[in-house]
Design a protein around this ligand. Structure first.
Ligand code: IPE
Ligand code: IPE
Ligand code: MG
Length: 248
């Protein structure tokens, strides 16, 4: 059943973050090599980006490669990097057509030069688009990001540019790689794992979490609608009582 018509268009999360997990297991189920799952996962990415455009989700962050993923076998890392380059170059015209603006967060300088070039080119080409902001987390980990922020803030204090008493949540936000984006309202993880694997630890402080057993290559528009519907059935209280929320 198409669940799209059930969605309340007045209550769409502004920012959705997704841990796209389960590509390897999906491939194994088909008797294929893990990388086959990564290839198929690209089709899910295309559909979910499109769904965001249709529903009015303004920001979509996709966890595509973690700092820890560098520890995978070299063949898999190499294949993922190649896939990244070919996907970005192939999909850029489509992103442009759909009004998608590309961003990247993470330790981008650690990626192979060809990836960095392709990424930068696509970021430049899509820079004036305004329908959806697609943020790729690449060689990203939240602890890496927080360590960087702390180092920068410490340097500023040492220089006398800011005082220790100036340090607050807003200031910390400004030193994170996500400083230009609102915090995610909804975080989805596929494949049945119930953990956040070093993803946006600070930014997810008040996000709604949605876990599904569906493997990423099987996660398509209707699965995304299901996640949005689950989000819409929750009461976001931010520490207040239910009565306070409902009386306002
Ligand atoms: C997620 O799928 C993609 C990346 C981490 C790059 P996995 O490759 O982690 O797939 P599983 O979890 O082994 O099934
Ligand atoms: C998290 O998935 C990273 C990405 C989806 C890119 P992993 O499959 O690497 O996470 P763990 O190792 O199972 O926690
Ligand atoms: Mg995994």
């Amino acid at each position: 059943m198409d669940l799209k018509y059930k969605i309340d268009t007045g209550n769409i999360p502004q920012h959705v973050a997704i841990i796209m997990d389960g590509n390897g297991r999906w491939a194994k189920q088909q008797g294929e090599d893990r990388i086959f799952g990564h290839y198929e996962g690209v089709n899910s990415v295309r559909e979910i980006v499109e769904a965001c455009g249709e529903l009015g989700v303004k920001y979509l962050t996709l966890y595509a490669f973690s700092t820890e993923n560098w520890n995978r076998p070299k063949e898999e890392v190499d294949a993922l990097m190649e896939l990244l380059v070919s996907t970005i170059s192939m999909e850029t015209p489509n992103l442009n057509k759909k009004g998608v603006k590309l961003h990247a967060i993470g330790d981008i300088t650690s990626l192979p030069q060809s990836c960095q070039n392709e990424l930068q080119e696509s970021i430049n080409i899509t820079a004036n688009n305004t329908t959806v902001n697609l943020i790729l987390a690449l060689s990203y980990s939240s602890k890496w990001e927080i360590i960087n922020a702390v180092k920068q803030i410490a340097t500023q204090v040492q220089n006398g540019t800011i005082k220790t008493t100036d340090i607050n949540a807003n200031l910390i936000d400004n030193y994170l790689t996500t400083s230009n984006f609102p915090d995610p309202a909804l975080m989805i993880r596929t494949s049945g794992e119930h953990r956040i694997s070093n993803f946006l630890l600070w930014q997810l402080a008040y996000a709604e979490f949605y876990f599904t057993d569906t493997l990423w290559p099987d996660f398509r528009k209707n699965d995304f609608y299901k996640a949005i519907l689950s989000y819409q059935n929750r009461e976001r209280r931010f520490g207040k009582t239910s009565d306070q929320i409902n009386n306002n």
